[in-house]
Each structure stands twice: as C-alpha cells, then as structure tokens.
Design a protein. Structure first.
Length: 222
C-alpha cells in the first residue's frame, strides 16, 4: 500500500509541477484537470486498499480494482502457487502468486495471496483442503482443462526463459556490433554487423529460438 501511495503521490506532484510551470497552459484548464486527476488517483488508491480474496462455504470471492469475481468450489479445476515473472524486473513484486483455475481453464488471480503478505504454503493448503471438502462428492476434474492449464504454464515459462536469454545476449551482441570499429573485415560482413541488423535481428532471434527450444524441452520432460 505504501508503494502504491508513493507512486500515485509522485506522479501527481510531477504532473502538477509540470502543468503549473509550463507556459501557455491556462489556469482554467490546469486546476480542473488537477482536481479530476486527484479524484481519479484517490479512487484508484481506495480500490487498491479494498482488493481482497475471501472464501465462504459456497465460493472463493475476489474483489479487484475494477470488478468482483466469484468462483464456486465445484467449478474449480485447480488452485496453484506459481512463480511471478515480474519479480525478476521489480524488487517490490512478490516472488509467488496464487491462482484459482476454473473447469474451463480460466485463470483467476487471488489478490494478496503471495509471499509478501502471507505464508503461501499454509494458505494454499487451507484453500485446497476447503475445496476438497466443499466441491461436492460428484465433482470431477476436466482433463482437457488440465492439459490447457499445464500447456499455458509451459508457454509462460518458455517466454520467461526467452526474455532472460535475450537480456544475457545483449552484451555479446553489443561486442559483435562494435567489432567493425576495431577489426578490418570484408564489406559484406561489416554491413551485416550494423547496429540495427545486430540488435534488430539478433535479440528477437535469441528470444524466439530460446522460447521454441525451452517449450519443446519442457513438453518432452513433461
């Protein structure tokens, strides 16, 4: 919550300072705009504060920023804790998130069920125990949904590996791009090592090859 408030406050102060110091922007526009902006940011912060995951005897209830969702126990295919790809790019992001999957393989994030706010293993264990008890004796998993959920996870993991390898490839590609400045080479090779060609083609190629290879390897290993 503090991080969200800090981002909102910083953005608001920066926007207000920019509008008030910019020549040619009339105050008749600036003040109403800032009031509207502050109201919008206040509403967003209010909704973030009230995001939640709750459960009762009938269903899991999720209150998000823009809407409320409900997933009945008998309609749940699986409840999983999964690694958060955003954690590699943002220090304040949780490493683990929890999702509930429906019998048609739709995915629902459970807000605040993450390693920054709760003991994920304990909370997921409690949810799974409640689900197994309350889903009904006639509940049965959907095999097709299970396959789609697993394949979706494999694709997501492969894409994450692709981004990681593309980032690792940035330094050697930069060295390759600068090579013609220090080494004499044939004209055709020098033209191939132009910055746009090396970065514009090299990074997407590394990403694509990594995603394909990673996905196929994960499919084989199951």
């Amino acid at each position: 919550m503090r991080a969200s408030l800090g981002v909102i406050a910083t953005a608001t102060v920066s926007l207000a300072g920019g509008l008030l110091t910019t020549d040619g922007v009339p105050l008749s526009f600036t003040y109403p705009f800032l009031v509207a902006w502050a109201a919008l940011m206040g509403w967003i912060f209010y909704t973030i504060l009230h995001c939640s995951t709750t459960a009762d005897l009938k269903a899991i209830h999720v209150r998000g920023v823009f809407k409320k969702r409900r997933l009945a126990w008998e309609d749940i295919q699986d409840i999983r804790a999964e690694a958060n790809p955003a954690a590699a790019r943002k220090d304040t992001a949780p490493d683990v998130l929890v999702y509930a999957y429906s019998l048609d393989s739709r995915k629902m994030l459970l807000p605040f069920l993450d390693n920054l706010n709760v003991n994920v293993e304990r909370e997921v264990g409690a949810l799974v125990e409640a689900w197994e008890e309350l889903r009904g004796a006639d509940w049965a998993p959907n095999p097709e949904a299970a396959v789609r959920i697993d394949r979706r996870k494999l694709r997501r993991d492969a894409i994450t590996a692709g981004f990681a390898n593309a980032m690792l490839a940035f330094v050697p590609l930069t060295v390759l791009m600068l090579l013609p400045a220090f080494v004499d080479m044939p004209g055709w090779l020098e033209s191939m090592l132009q910055p746009f060609a090396v970065m514009g083609a090299g990074l997407p190629l590394v990403f694509a090859l990594t995603v394909i290879a990673s996905y196929r390897r994960r499919i084989r290993t199951g």
